[in-house]
Ligand binder design. Structure first.
Ligand code: ARG
Length: 464
């Protein structure tokens, strides 16, 4: 028997002493799993309706349960529900309040279920909503990317490999690369949703239940595509949480790369773009500074989300079947991952609207790095020179241009002819940035025409 004056847990029938305060705090999840409350109620209503339909409880009990849960929902939404640490988690808090309100009928709600299948169901319902919101927000961000690309589609900038000037590309083309990454991120979330959308409820503690339950009915009511086929798996695996966090980590990784570029481009050393003041902060000591805090934080938070992924994988790795209390640790990283990516997606879509572009600096940077050297080699190949020989000829021409501190297109025709007699004055149209861009005219290439096409295609897709 528990000591007088101490609230007993509803599972404490066989215990001789209450848990210590520290153990109570250590084992409780109510501080964070409150977030599941409305999904817990939704799941309970569907469960109770099924119990009544199967004549496991009476219609009268069902009415009482429905009414009680509705008024609890109102209390939660109004912020007047009193959460108690003594009642450990969201499930026991709600169940106790129900029994306090409606008496005997409240005690029947837990018939044929366990907190193990209950929490797995709640979490999937919550995650499904989070995925749907994420998908919408990715689309909004894609729209911002496409609008920025559309506006600046013909601006020429240096395309880099190894952070060295490689070949000219358009800013529109560069931005559309992120559109593609986001499109795959979107597909990953959609995919994870499909696998996750199976009902665990009915698995009970681990082995199923002896009552004549109808799991398909509950699945339909809760808009699951089907039921988890194995009760042990249903209560114990959290692969859906891991998958979501993986998709989130990859999304963050893409946005971290984008952020890194925005940070570099907005530095005065590049001067390619300016981020609107409302997304930057100043320095308390250096008056001239304008710091790109938002992209820096996105880059930083990528570590946080990927850390959650590692945490969840480690949480799972040594758990024997079926449910273990370890799984209670799945919630905080999962919640934080969703909160983080939803904020990041919102702020990013907004921030891109406040990007202004310095066309002149971008073009000058492209001119500085002999970005059309490959075009000269390709020109020679068309004239019959083998590519490897052409490569060497151009390297020599670049050397001369470096010595003369000029661009390849500024070398005189006689100077160029010294490297190969195949070069004639038509070469200059290949050596300009525009000429180089226009020549890459195939699907996926950087030509103005192709970039315009891919922007139009994306716009159409986003309208669907
Ligand atoms: N708060 C628990 C969790 O988040 C609910 C399930 C508890 N089940 C149990 N058998 N102790 O995982």
């Amino acid at each position: 028997m528990a000591k007088k004056g101490i609230k007993k847990a509803n599972w404490s029938g066989r215990f001789n002493e209450p848990v210590t305060d520290l153990v109570k705090r250590f084992t409780a999840s109510v501080g964070f799993d409150q977030k599941l409350a409305l999904y817990d109620i939704e799941g309970s209503v569907a469960h109770a309706e099924m119990l009544a339909a199967q004549k496991i409880i009476t219609q009268k009990d069902l009415k009482a349960i429905q009414g009680g849960l509705q008024s609890i929902q109102n209390e939660i939404l109004a912020g007047t529900f009193k959460w108690s640490l003594d009642l450990e988690d969201v499930h026991l808090n709600i169940e106790k309040r129900l029994t306090d309100k409606i008496g005997e009928a409240g005690k029947k709600l837990h018939t044929g279920r366990s907190r193990n299948d209950q929490v797995a169901t709640d979490l999937r319902l919550w995650l499904r909503a989070a995925i749907d919101e994420t998908i919408q927000k990715i689309k909004t961000l894609q729209l911002s990317v496409v609008q920025l690309a559309d506006k600046h589609q013909k601006i020429i900038m240096p395309g880099l490999t190894h952070l060295q000037v490689a070949q000219p590309v358009t800013f529109g083309h560069h931005l559309m690369a992120y559109y593609e990454m986001l499109q795959r991120d979107l597909a990953r979330f959609e995919d994870a949703r499909k696998r996750m959308n199976q009902l665990p409820l009915g698995a009970a503690a681990l082995a199923g239940t002896s009552y004549p339950i109808d799991r398909n009915r509950v699945a339909k009511k809760l808009k699951f595509d089907g039921v988890c086929e194995n009760s042990l798996d249903a209560v114990s695996d959290r692969d859906f949480a891991i998958e979501f966090t993986f998709a989130a980590s990859l999304l963050m990784t893409h946005l971290s790369r984008f952020s890194e570029e925005l940070i570099m481009w907005s530095s005065p050393m590049f001067g390619f773009v300016e981020i609107a003041d409302r997304f930057c902060t100043g320095s308390s000591i250096m008056p001239q500074k304008k710091n790109p805090d938002v992209p820096e934080l996105v880059r930083g938070k990528t570590g946080r989300v990927t850390g959650h992924l590692m945490g969840l994988l480690m949480l799972m790795k040594a758990q024997p079947l079926a449910y273990n209390k370890d799984n209670q640790e799945d919630k905080e990283p999962l919640f934080d991952t969703a909160d983080t990516i939803l904020d990041v997606l919102t702020i990013y879509a907004d921030m891109l609207k406040g990007i202004s572009v310095n066309e002149k600096n971008m073009k000058e940077a492209a001119l500085k790095g002999y970005a059309t050297a490959t075009d000269l080699a390709d020109y020679l190949v068309v004239k019959g020179v083998a590519f490897r020989d052409a490569h060497e000829i151009v390297a020599k021409a670049v050397n001369l241009a470096i010595k003369k501190k000029c661009d390849l297109s500024e070398l005189k025709i006689d100077e160029l002819k010294k490297f190969s007699k195949m070069i004639s004055s038509d070469v200059y149209s290949y050596l300009t940035l525009e000429g180089s861009i226009k020549s890459r005219n195939h699907i996926g290439g950087t030509s103005f025409e192709q970039v315009k096409k891919s922007i139009e295609k994306a716009k159409k897709r986003l309208k669907q």
